[in-house]
Structure formats: structure tokens, C-alpha cells
Design a protein around this ligand. Sequence first.
Ligand code: SF4
Ligand code: SF4
Length: 286
Amino acid sequence: SEEYLRIPPWLRVKLPSGRTFNDTASLLADLNLNTVCQNAKCPNTWDCFSRKVATFLIMGFVCTRNCAFCNITSGDIDPLDIDEPRRVSEAVSRLKLKYTVITSVTRDDLPDGGAAHYAETITRIRTDHPDCAVEVLIPDFQGNLEALKTVIAAKPNVINHNVETSPDLYSEIRPQADYKQSLELLRRVKDLSGGIPAKSGLMVGLGETDEQVYKVIDDLAEIDCDIVTIGQYMRPSTEHPAVKRYVEPHVFDEYAKYGKSRGIKHMFCAPLVRSSYNAAESFDKL
Ligand code: SF4
Ligand code: SF4
């Protein structure tokens, strides 16, 4: 039988409840919008929703891929909802957001991977809310350069793409992805975007060693990635891979120190850090 590690105290979070939390959740439900907060069972949902912060999950809640660590459903895909950019923008008004993070499922079924839908969402928010910064957390578009250029042309404020884990674990954890392709996407953002910051992130506790974590930080420093997030993997359900280790908070500080020494402008590393956690604050640090 499998051995379970005890969840350490630094990962205990409040359960979602409270008035502002409920207001945020019902506003999103009213507008028929998905969030990665809810669909991926993020442990910070109470914290973020209570501050009226959410990360929109566009292009449906069903993914064409099936990464081992991820709680998002995989299977039959819904057609694109062309009214969605308008509703995301309406949520930005109603939540009074000054910074918004947009992510999506991976749509390998679409020729452009959904890049045009991203661009429309960014443009719609830009037009309706010129003061609101937009960060996009995009899929790899299977290496499609034109798709990436479409997103870049819409001029988001930050382009985020997660490498998620060490390349040595890809076959097990992220089998439909390619580490080199993800790094190449980030390098292209730096080369082609004329100064849009590149952001990436990974999880620890999936079976990687610290040495492998430092190697990923080296790779991200090499392509001049501006912001790197590192957080603890937490198993969304017993169907998902077990946590292999709980990394102590002080080790996250070591990751941050190392990344900074390698020239990465902002390292955001702590057990509960997620790719979109306190994104506005990370952006301000650039
Ligand atoms: Fe949502 Fe990101 Fe906050 Fe998690 S950290 S609740 S995904 S905004
Ligand atoms: Fe989850 Fe993204 Fe993997 Fe899809 S591609 S299963 S949304 S991590």
C-alpha cells in the first residue's frame, strides 16, 4: 500500500466561505465563466476570492490534454464560446480589477490552439478597461509560432507559460508536452515581443530532486525569464499522483536566492505560491 505523507502546518488553509468569497463566486457563476481557481481546486481560492481576485479559465473547462498533476477534466471539447471575451471584460468591471490573469485549457483541437480567442479577450479588456493590466498564462500552442505571434500582437502586459516540472519527469507528469518547446516559447517571447515580460513556474514535490529544481532555474535564467514562481504540488484527489515530499519554507527561500543570483528579476517561491498567485504584486516588482 502507498504511504501518505502528513500535510505540514504551513499548507493548512481556510475553507472557502464568507461574504466577499460568495459574492465573487456567484458573480462568476452569473456570467457563466470558469476559473482555474475552482476547476483546478487551488488551495488559495478563499484567500484570492475574498480579495476579489480570480484567474479566468477561457475556452471551456475540458482540456485536450491530461497532465497527471492537474484536476482539470479531459475529454470531449466544447465549441469556442465567441461571447466569452465580452463576459470576461464584464467580470473585470464588476470585480473592479486593475490586474487580471487569463488562462485556458489546452486546445490542441483548434488550428491556432485558441490564440485568436486569447487575442480577442485581451483586446476586449484593453478597449473596455485601458487601466487594467492583463497577464496571460498560455499553453504551448504545440510550438506554433504564428499562434504565439497572434497573442504577442494583442500586447498583454505579461506572458506566462509554465514549465511545471523538471524535464526528467515530463513523461510521467506532462506526457503531451515538451520541455524544450516550452523553453523555446519563452525565449521567443523575449526575442519577439519588444519587451513584454516572460514568466514561468514549476511545482515541487512531484519526485524531483533539488538539483533538478536548480537546473530548471538555470534554464529559465538562460533565456532571460523575468518572473519565476515555485510552489508545493498538492494532490487534488487520490486519483492524482501522491506528493513525494513536502519542501520546507526555508528551501523555497534558497530557490529564490539562487534564481536572483542567476539574474532572474523576481522569484516568487513559497509553499502556497501558484502561477497566478499575487500576480499583480509580482508584476509591480519588475
Ligand atoms: Fe485563483 Fe491563482 Fe488565486 Fe489560485 S492563486 S485562487 S488560481 S488567482
Ligand atoms: Fe491541466 Fe493544462 Fe495539462 Fe490541460 S494542459 S491537463 S489544463 S495542466
